[in-house]
Structure formats: structure tokens, C-alpha cells
Design a protein around this ligand. Structure first.
Ligand SMILES: *Cc1c(COP(=O)(O)O)cnc(C)c1O
Length: 362
């Protein structure tokens, strides 16, 4: 160890040094079906109008710390009920961080079923908290008995439920969720990142519970580059989380863009409707492949279990032929031999199926 390394080792937390950084694989030149992005860009006419709007963004000034126009547009277009507060994040990832920091105290736990969105675990560890992952059942439904036991044992400050769940794509049963909300001693965050594809939501009911908030994002709808997530729920919770928000977390380009683009919500609705249709078609085509198990999806991606030992070879074959999907095999456990593919344009989906078809036939 040289002196620099020794000093880093002395001062950076041991648990932080033990982490590996979140890895985003390079995608240049590949058909990108790995990250649940909307494959459609903005139509040309709208792009030109958007560029004119951005010209007026005052880059020399700090952004409005409250982003009132963004909140107004969210209320107008996303079905946020009256009486709910809204908290904005630089992506919903940042909101997870604010929530976890707000409860972070030695000995406390964050709980979620697994497999699920990995940031719940990561951020819990960043904040120095315990993370309790409770395995889903074989069909990826909630194991209510195990969840209730874990709630009693861990007394988690926060339970995260992704609805639909990533990477499994399913909606958990409402009666199962009701039992968890009832038994949870702390807060239950229902993460509706895939709301545009789910045709199910807790948003309209969020104020019926003292211990539920709903988190959403514009990322999966078609604006992943903007980095805008939001939390809706009772002011009593959100006012506390807001104290941990960095004052200018929503930059002026995101504020101007969101205000403008949400006036074109109908266009995003048409795109997401098309993606839902394409998803259902892709599911049928994949299910026809021999020995492929296709899990039902209410999101804009599909989880597949391929024949034993074939996960990584199929992933590599697709990448060699120009298509990037997500290989989940390395996560092991219930995700052995599992791949996740994001629904793309009709042509991207066709290319993916053709390349996959060649592999299967060979
Ligand atoms: C993609 C995703 C997010 C993160 O969304 P951002 O707003 O882009 O940070 C949150 N939760 C789940 C379940 C996701 O899949």
C-alpha cells in the first residue's frame, strides 16, 4: 500500500471500500434493450419547439428550488390526488436515498422482497443500515408468511415494494400487499416506476393509509435522460424527507423540459400504449420458443428463463450480433438462467427475435 492508498483506506468507511460501483455496460452501436428506456425519441416538430423553450432557460441563475411548474404539470397529468404533497428527486433513485437517509439510525433495517430493484439494497448499505431481503416465491409472488415473519423480526423502518416489480415484471397481489401494509411498523414505499405500463396503481388510494407513499418517475415513460422522479403522499412524511433534499436538485433544463413536455402527455400515452401492445406480442413469440419460460409482464420489459446453462451464452450471442439485453444469471438464486429484455420498437423487437431464433435453431 502506498501512502495515498493508506490514507484512503484509513478514512473511507470500510463498508464503502468493500462495495463495488454500480456498473453500466457500454452500449455504443448496440440495439439497446437493457435499461427499460422508451425507444422512441421526440417527433421532429416537438424537438424544435422544445429547443426553443430551452433557449429561454436562465442558465446563469439557480433553478427554482421548489419547481412549482413541474409539480403543477405532474398534478395535471399523472393523477396525483388532491391533498397529496409532491417531493421531486433527481430520478427516483435520489428519492430512495432521501427516504433512507431520513430513517438511517444505527441498528435499523430496510426490507424488500427479492429479487427486486437493486438500489434499495445499495442505498440501505450506503446509509449504513441493514438490508433484509425476503425471497419471493417461485412464481415471484410475495411470500406473505415470510414477509410477515421478517416484519416482526426486523421491524424495518421502510419496506420497498416495486409495483410492478423489477426484474420480474409482475404486479404483486393486492391482498398480499394489504397484509404487509397492515403489519409494517414503519413506512411502505410503493415504487410505481412502471406505472405507464401497469394499468394498476396505488396513487389514488395513497392517503387512505398512514404509512404508504407512492414513488414514480418519468424515466420509463420516455424521459430517462431528464432524471425526474417524484414521491406522492401525506405532507407529514414528505416534509421530513424534503429537509434532506439538496436545494437545487432539479436543474433548470429538467424543469423547463418537464413543464413543456408534460403538455404533450398524450404523445407519451400513445407511445406507452404501443409498447404495451408490443410487449404482449413479444411475450407470445418468446413463449413459442422451446423450453423458454416467459414470465407475465405488466411493465415494459420481459423476464425469461432459458434452458439450463444457456443464459450467458444467449446473452453473449445477442451482444455479438448487436443487441444488448440484461443478463441476470450472475445474480444467481432465483435468477439463474434468467434474461431481461426491454420492449423496443417493432423493428428492434423483430431483430432481437430473429437473432435469438438463430441461436435456438443452431
Ligand atoms: C428504473 C427504476 C427506478 C429508477 O428510476 P429513475 O427515476 O430513473 O431513478 C426506480 N424503481 C424501479 C423499480 C426501477 O425499475
Amino acid at each position: 500500500m502506498n501512502p495515498l492508498q493508506a490514507r484512503v483506506a484509513q478514512w473511507v468507511r470500510e463498508d464503502v471500500r468493500a462495495l463495488t460501483a454500480y456498473h453500466v455496460p457500454p452500449a455504443a452501436g448496440l440495439i439497446k434493450l437493457d435499461a427499460m428506456e422508451n425507444p422512441y425519441g421526440l417527433p421532429d416538430a416537438l424537438r424544435a419547439e422544445w429547443a426553443r423553450v430551452l433557449c429561454d432557460a436562465p442558465l446563469n441563475r439557480y433553478p427554482d428550488a421548489d419547481a412549482p411548474r413541474v409539480k403543477h404539470q405532474l398534478r395535471a397529468t399523472q393523477g396525483v390526488p388532491d391533498g397529496c404533497d409532491i417531493l421531486l428527486g433527481n430520478g427516483s433513485d435520489e428519492i430512495i436515498q432521501m427516504i433512507v437517509l431520513a430513517v438511517a439510525q444505527t441498528g435499523r433495517a430496510i426490507l424488500a422482497p427479492e429479487p427486486t430493484f437493486v438500489m434499495y439494497r445499495m442505498i440501505a448499505l450506503y446509509a449504513g443500515l441493514r438490508f433484509a431481503g425476503v425471497p419471493l416465491r417461485e412464481d415471484f409472488a410475495l411470500d406473505v408468511t415470510a414477509m410477515l415473519e421478517a416484519l416482526e423480526r426486523e421491524e424495518p423502518a421502510v419496506v420497498f415494494l416495486a409495483y410492478p416489480n423489477n426484474p420480474t415484471g409482475n404486479l404483486f397481489d393486492e391482498r398480499d400487499i394489504a397484509q404487509i401494509i397492515e403489519a409494517a411498523p414503519g413506512l411502505v414505499v410503493i415504487d410505481e416506476a412502471y406505472a405507464p405500463f401497469a394499468e394498476a396503481s396505488y396513487l389514488s388510494r395513497v392517503l387512505q393509509y398512514d404509512n404508504v407513499v407512492v414513488m414514480r418517475t418519468l424515466s420509463k415513460m420516455g424521459l430517462a435522460g431528464l432524471r425526474l422522479g417524484y414521491l406522492a403522499g401525506a405532507a407529514a412524511w414528505l416534509q421530513e424527507f424534503d429537509k434532506l433534499r439538496l436545494p437545487y436538485n432539479i436543474n433548470v433544463l429538467t424543469q423547463f423540459s418537464t413543464d413543456f413536455l408534460l403538455q404533450h402527455q398524450a404523445m407519451f400515452d400513445a407511445q406507452t400504449a404501443e409498447l404495451r401492445r408490443a410487449r404482449d406480442e413479444l411475450c407470445l413469440e418468446l413463449a413459442a420458443l422451446p423450453n423458454f419460460q416467459v414470465y407475465p409482464s405488466r411493465a415494459n420489459f420481459i423476464l425469461l428463463r432459458v434452458p439450463t446453462g444457456q443464459g450467458t451464452p444467449i446473452f453473449d450471442h445477442l451482444r455479438r450480433h448487436g443487441v444488448l439485453i440484461k443478463n441476470l444469471h450472475g445474480q444467481g438464486g432465483q435468477l439463474l438462467d434468467c434474461l431481461r429484455v426491454t420492449v423496443g420498437t417493432a423493428q428492434e423487437n423483430r431483430t432481437f427475435l430473429d437473432i435469438l431464433g438463430h441461436y435456438v435453431a443452431a
